[in-house]
Design a protein around this ligand. Structure first.
Ligand SMILES: C[S@@+](CC[C@H](N)C(=O)[O-])C[C@H]1O[C@@H](n2cnc3c(N)ncnc32)[C@H](O)[C@@H]1O
Length: 211
């Protein structure tokens, strides 16, 4: 069941962060994120592609040129920035305010869905992932770039657990999610999990929607 108050709180947080988001991520974007984004989008198959949680539109430069792109976000303020970015860069993308936990698309609408650093903030990630499995064709792919809890470094993992309530209030994102396991809990089939950083903090997850 969807947690409406947590969803409203998430939207409020990202609406508050929207004007600062690109500046907050300026350094990490150049140091690492851009390369990781390229790696994800190079693997996205098909003609009809959904991007979940487009934010300010940081992935638009990497979208496959041949694809018909649809993008959604919970936050109208993040989406307003994404719209501006799409206009400025001449990108054609159908942008809509929508919650991944409750998608307004018919079953099997897309060949693929992708999200970068989104399932750390979706209130019920299992619900969101099940929705993706519903709207992506059975032979399609779901690709996620996510930071996860450092389970193999017990002290770091505990520090993440302690800091998580504060970070989520300030930044909107949970820092201690086990998203690889969540993908399996949602009933999707893991295709590939790649470590993007030597610490194992950031994973590129490719999954098939099991139906
Ligand atoms: C950390 S930002 C990442 C933005 C962008 N994907 C990027 O890589 O820069 C997380 C984004 O996910 C969106 N989001 C959070 N929960 C969502 C939900 N339930 N449905 C759709 N978008 C959501 C937020 O509004 C925010 O724009």
């Amino acid at each position: 069941m969807m947690n409406n108050s947590e969803t409203a709180a998430t939207k409020k947080r990202y609406n508050r962060i929207a004007p600062l988001y690109d500046a907050m991520e300026w350094f990490t974007e150049r140091a690492a994120f851009q390369g990781w984004r390229k790696a994800l989008w190079a693997r996205v198959p098909g003609q009809r592609v959904l991007e979940v949680g487009v934010g300010t539109g940081k992935n638009f430069d990497y979208h496959p040129v041949q694809a018909h792109m649809t993008g959604i976000d919970l936050s109208n303020k993040m989406l307003a920035r994404a719209r501006k970015k799409a206009e400025q860069t001449g990108r054609s993308i159908d942008l809509r305010e929508m919650d991944v936990q409750q998608l307004e698309f018919a079953d099997n609408s897309f060949d693929a869905a992708a999200a970068t650093f989104v399932f750390c903030s979706v209130p019920d990630p299992v619900l969101g992932l099940r929705e993706l499995a519903r709207v992506v064709k059975p032979e399609g792919r779901i690709l996620l770039l996510e930071h996860v809890r450092l389970d193999q470094m017990p002290i770091a993992g505990t520090v993440m657990d302690v800091l998580d309530p504060l970070v989520v209030r300030v930044m909107g994102a949970h820092i201690n999610r086990r998203t690889v396991e969540t993908v399996q809990r949602a009933g999707l089939t893991l295709d590939r999990v790649e470590d993007m950083s030597s610490t194992g903090l950031v994973k590129l997850i490719t999954a098939c929607p099991q139906k």
